[in-house]
Design a protein around this ligand. Structure first.
Ligand SMILES: Cc1cc2nc3c(=O)[nH]c(=O)nc-3n(C[C@H](O)[C@H](O)[C@H](O)COP(=O)(O)OP(=O)(O)OC[C@H]3O[C@@H](n4cnc5c(N)ncnc54)[C@H](O)[C@@H]3O)c2cc1C
Length: 397
């Protein structure tokens, strides 16, 4: 069959990878905007996570309005634009989805291991990732939920992180350089025969519950099935054909540094209470990421925000690093109000699927998302207990 994918980020690419392996012909159309490369500008940490978004509590939002510094910021304009999104996100809090997300991420990590074994790509792969917490009790609690290993503040010190109450060590977790994964997956897919139409914006042409073709800037592309995998832009594409997947962008910043004398940090870390990621890549390159800001699509970060991120990291590394910035990029996490992905058939359409909404763990979940897409396209029955929590029809009323 001919499959046309709108969006060549990590989700669209892993979907293409599995569809191709099943013998389908795949075309990816991507607008390839240099200002929007979420799948290349993220932390690249792959762990058995149980939550796809940070907690969104109204008291925290108001404290940030009063000047408290931190990673989360939600602009009042965004709340006024879509108040029901924020009310349901705040109401949902942190319960009810952990088991589902955990089993998806565990399965995805297994698929990543197979992928890295089978495909010779060089992505600065590191084994072992640590999540760090101010409060030792929270570290113990998370270790219990995830089955990862609890470490106390002293062991965190030995690993290279100071001023934390404790942490959770994902010994089977992985870290990659996401920019390398992005570029190499694109070239692998081209070699395998995926047709790439890059630099063109795609939209759907539909009549009576069917997609007729995808309209790109210079062509019309036809297929048997179509997949919207346009990250946080998926909402725009779907709303034009009468379906709202309720995906909002939560932007973040990636800064890449060269480290004089080597980074000395061997285990990538995520500072949960600050929303900051530290990912060493090769011995002299290091990535720092932070911010979960709901401000729409807007690339501008303040210098004071960059300084806050770097200073917070310095306060928590045992090594005194000499860094020189060599790159930077903004990413937009595709987030739903119930913190669950949107994967499945688009309600009201017989030949259209959507795969998005993986928010802050979209790289981790890309293989399992692609694997679900392949099953749906191949018409394989999936257990309803498994599919219901990411079913797109939950947003169709
Ligand atoms: C700072 C930061 C740190 C993060 N850290 C991690 C992490 O450590 N681990 C993890 O698992 N996840 C992490 N994430 C989340 C992860 O990056 C995202 O969830 C993931 O990249 C989403 O991938 P995607 O393919 O669904 O969407 P995207 O990467 O946004 O890809 C969508 C693609 O669709 C294209 N597109 C959009 N509209 C159109 C259109 N109309 N026509 C054609 N093309 C279109 C875009 O150009 C884009 O290439 C992080 C995110 C950020 C911002």
């Amino acid at each position: 069959m001919q499959i046309v994918i709108l969006g060549g980020g990590i989700t669209g690419m892993f979907s293409a990878y599995y569809l191709l392996k099943d013998g389908h012909a795949v075309t990816i159309i991507d607008k390839d905007s240099p200002s929007d490369q979420t799948s290349a500008f993220n932390s690249g940490q792959l762990t058995a996570a149980f939550a796809s978004a940070p907690r969104i509590y109204f008291n925290e939002i108001f404290l940030s309005y009063l000047g408290r510094k931190g990673a989360i910021w939600i602009s009042p304009k965004q709340i006024l634009k879509d108040p029901s999104w924020f009310f349901s996100a705040a109401r949902k809090g942190m319960t009810g989805f952990e088991k589902g997300i955990l089993s998806l991420s565990e399965k995805s990590l297994e698929l990543f291991r197979i992928f890295f074994r089978e495909e010779s790509i060089e992505v600065d792969l590191i084994k072992g990732v640590i999540e760090l917490y101010d409060r030792i009790e929270r570290a113990k609690e998370v270790a219990g939920i995830t089955n990862a290993r609890f470490v106390d503040g002293n062991e965190a010190l030995e690993i290279g992180y100071k001023n934390f109450g404790g942490g959770v060590l994902f010994e089977d977790g992985l870290s990659v350089n996401p920019a390398k994964l992005f570029v190499q997956l694109r070239s692998k897919l081209s070699q395998m025969g995926v047709k790439m139409i890059l630099g063109q914006e795609a939209n759907l042409n539909v009549t009576q519950g069917r997609v007729n073709f995808v309209k790109a800037d210079t062509s019309e592309v036809r297929g048997d099935f179509y997949l919207v995998a346009a990250g946080s832009r998926s909402r725009h594409i779907c709303k034009m054909i009468g379906y709202d997947p309720k995906i909002m962008p939560a932007r973040g910043l990636s800064m890449i540094f060269s480290v004089k004398g080597g980074s000395q940090i061997r285990t990538p870390g995520f500072f949960e209470d600050y929303g900051i990621g530290v990912s060493p890549h090769d011995s002299v390159t290091m990535r720092m990421t932070s911010f979960f800001q709901m401000v729409g699509f807007n690339e501008k970060f303040k210098q004071s925000e960059r300084s806050w991120m770097i200073n917070t990291i310095r306060e928590h590394l045992t090594a005194d690093i000499d860094i020189h910035q060599i790159g930077e990029g903004v990413g937009y996490r595709p987030c739903t109000p119930d913190q669950l992905p949107v994967i499945g058939k688009v309600p009201g359409y017989s030949n259209l699927f959507i795969a998005s909404g993986n928010c802050r763990i979209g790289v981790t979940l890309a293989p399992v998302t692609g694997d679900i897409v392949r099953s749906l396209v191949n018409g394989r029955e999936l257990n309803r207990d498994f599919t219901q929590f990411f079913d797109p029809s939950r947003f169709s009323n």
